[in-house]
Design a protein around this ligand. Structure first.
Ligand SMILES: [Zn+2]
Length: 258
């Protein structure tokens, strides 16, 4: 069986052929909200466009030994509805209109998230590597969800996640920024790997003295790692700046600029 082809085409068109969870455009296919083996039907109301990654995540409970997020049917329908609304705004998007203003507000929020010491300090001059890692993590959360961690550790909703950016070229650039920060985090963790237990033990305690003392010694003398970390973060800043320029907002300072 499968979904009715005409209805399926219409749903893909209405959602701009975008994954309803992450907003990406590649390899998007219709999937069942309630899987057929769990009694789901081929009614179009049970269909949602998803990319392969998000599809895996949605039905992650079928894979054993993995901790994945599971979505309720209702939550998935809300994602689908939101994507349809976004796609319809995208069709009429133009500078100065309400959707453009919303995009601008989101972009200013993301810009603020990058406007912090962890994106200005040369890696080999970083004082606290636990704080550095925390800053990368918080920045990713902010871009992905719009939630921001305040100085006293509280997490508050300040905006929305990057999937809500209407204008596709801006969304792609913001995706790129996020990709870079994810790479930075991955490489940081790989580099920390030799001292994994120490790292896990101290996670969640930014500025922890013992972690920073041991890791710091090692990291500050690793020239290749430092150069790579600086180049990556500089690219993230420049990518963000190229959007800020378009909306007439002041550029962010880059690595080594205070
Ligand atoms: Zn996706």
């Amino acid at each position: 069986m499968g979904f009715n082809q005409k209805e399926a085409d219409k749903l893909l068109a209405d959602t701009g052929r975008r994954c309803c969870i992450c907003g990406l455009l590649h390899s998007v296919q219709l999937h069942h909200i309630v899987p057929v083996e769990e009694g789901g039907t081929d009614d179009i109301d049970n269909a949602i466009p998803l990319c392969p990654n998000c599809h895996d995540e949605v039905h992650g409970h079928h894979a054993s030994g993995r901790t994945t997020r599971t979505y309720t049917a209702n939550e998935l329908k809300l994602h689908r509805q939101g994507t349809i609304e976004l796609a319809s705004k995208e069709k009429t998007w133009s500078p100065g209109d309400p959707a453009w203003e919303d995009d601008k507000d989101l972009l200013l929020f993301y810009a603020q998230c990058l406007d912090r010491p962890a994106f200005r300090t040369h890696f080999d001059q970083e004082l606290s590597f636990s704080a550095f890692d925390k800053a990368m993590e918080d920045t990713l959360i902010a871009f992905n969800t719009g939630y921001w961690r305040t100085r006293d550790g509280a997490v508050i909703e300040r905006a929305k996640g990057k999937v809500h950016i209407v204008h596709p070229p801006w969304r792609e650039k913001v995706e790129r920024v996020v990709e870079i920060i994810e790479d930075v985090r991955t490489r940081f963790r790989e580099a920390v790997g030799f001292n994994r237990m120490l790292y896990d033990y101290h996670r969640g305690h930014p500025g922890d003295f013992e972690f920073d003392r041991q890791i710091g010694k090692h990291f500050r003398s690793d020239r290749d790692l430092g150069d790579w970390m600086d180049t990556q973060r500089q690219e993230a800043i420049e990518t963000m700046n190229s959007i800020l320029q378009e909306i007439g907002y002041q550029s962010l300072r880059g690595i080594g600029q205070w």
